[in-house]
Write a protein that binds this ligand. Structure first.
Ligand SMILES: NC(=O)c1ccc[n+]([C@@H]2O[C@H](COP(=O)([O-])OP(=O)(O)OC[C@H]3O[C@@H](n4cnc5c(N)ncnc54)[C@H](OP(=O)(O)O)[C@@H]3O)[C@@H](O)[C@H]2O)c1
Length: 312
């Protein structure tokens, strides 16, 4: 069984540092999701990351139930969709029903921006993400969810949210990998007791598999570039949720190595190479610096059109 360390969250609960991402490149995924989750459970994964927007909560929940592994041994995250900010209680109940589990470990506010009647709300329009968060706090009283957190929040949006929180988010799930280490956000979150979760920790691409630095570190440590990147992320104190449907790759992703200090520094410095400090997800697919209807400035993201980082 894989030896995966757990991290402590600010409410006294623990989370396995490696989880299986369940975004299947498009909503749904059908039986591929059942197969992926069952294989993942067999090779030692005890943490699954889904969302109402992924349209596969039913399959994730079913695989967990079918595995026969005690519920308490598995960590399950799902997320509130952008179209549901004005109906938090109902949307959570729908996710809860679909998962079919006795409780959800973690419920995330997937994005700060809400959508009502197909219109993206501006940051000032109601419900604001502060109002949505207040509704999420109430969910904890139901005991159907153990922790709540946020996703895609920046220092700017956290600065707006935190003064109004009765419950501090346990995590902020954001894009981070060696090209986009988000060091400033990580330090800010750590100071507030919020653990960073790295989504797309492999960059959703082959960039790190082909990079000379990660390849050389992999050779020296008798491992693969993907394992170098994931081990670096966990060693720097972030949770990772890589997605893989391939049995060999999913096993590799949960098999961490300990990187010597010098090699950690080399990966830390990868984004300093020319044209390497950037988001790799192309959320700004309209090329106008907006992501699901909000500008980078409204999101507080340190990116410019094209996804390059403007400051470290
Ligand atoms: N909160 C958010 O807004 C948000 C946004 C994006 C993602 N996420 C979460 O983060 C999870 C992971 O992110 P992601 O799926 O975007 O990207 P990722 O995990 O960085 O990359 C996944 C891709 O890498 C391949 N891969 C996996 N392991 C590999 C390995 N060892 N060697 C080579 N290739 C490998 C996978 O293909 P195979 O399946 O063929 O192995 C897949 O094409 C998602 O599934 C989702 O749960 C959250």
């Amino acid at each position: 069984m894989a030896n995966v360390p757990s991290f402590d969250l600010n409410n006294g609960t623990k989370i396995p540092s490696v989880g299986m991402g369940c975004w299947m490149s498009s909503p749904g995924g059908g039986e591929r999701v059942d197969t992926m989750c069952l294989s993942a459970l067999k090779c030692g994964y005890r943490h699954f990351d889904t969302a109402s927007a992924y349209a596969n909560e039913e399959q994730v929940g079913r695989a967990i139930r079918d595995s026969g592994i005690p519920r308490e041994e598995i960590y399950v995250t799902t997320k509130l969709g952008n179209r549901d900010h004005h109906r938090v209680k109902e949307a959570f109940e729908e996710s809860f029903e679909k998962l079919g589990l006795s409780y959800v470990d973690l419920y995330l506010l997937h994005w700060p921006q809400g959508v009502v009647n197909d219109k993206v709300l501006s940051p000032e329009e109601h419900p604001t993400f502060i109002e949505t968060w207040k509704e999420m706090e109430k969910l904890l009283e139901t005991k159907k969810v153990r922790s709540i957190g946020v996703s895609n929040f920046s220092i700017k949006t956290l600065e707006e949210l935190l003064p109004h929180c009765s419950i501090v988010p346990v995590t902020n799930q954001v894009e981070t990998h060696p090209c986009y280490p988000q060091t400033e956000l990580k330090m800010y979150c750590e100071a507030k007791g919020i653990l960073l979760t790295a989504y797309s920790p492999l960059g959703r691409s082959t960039i790190f598999m082909e990079d000379a630095t990660t390849q050389a570190i992999a050779t020296r440590n008798h491992t693969s570039p993907a394992q170098v990147v994931l081990s670096w992320a966990v060693q720097r104190g972030t949770i990772v949720i890589p997605k893989s449907e391939d049995n060999g790759r999913m096993l590799a992703n949960i098999t961490l190595v300990t990187l010597p200090k010098e090699e950690m520094k080399l990966v830390d410095a990868l984004h300093e190479m020319p044209n390497m400090h950037k988001s790799l997800l192309m959320f700004d697919n309209k090329g106008d610096g907006t992501v699901f209807g909000w500008s980078y400035a409204q999101l507080g993201w340190d990116l410019v059109v094209g996804g390059q980082v403007v400051k470290s």
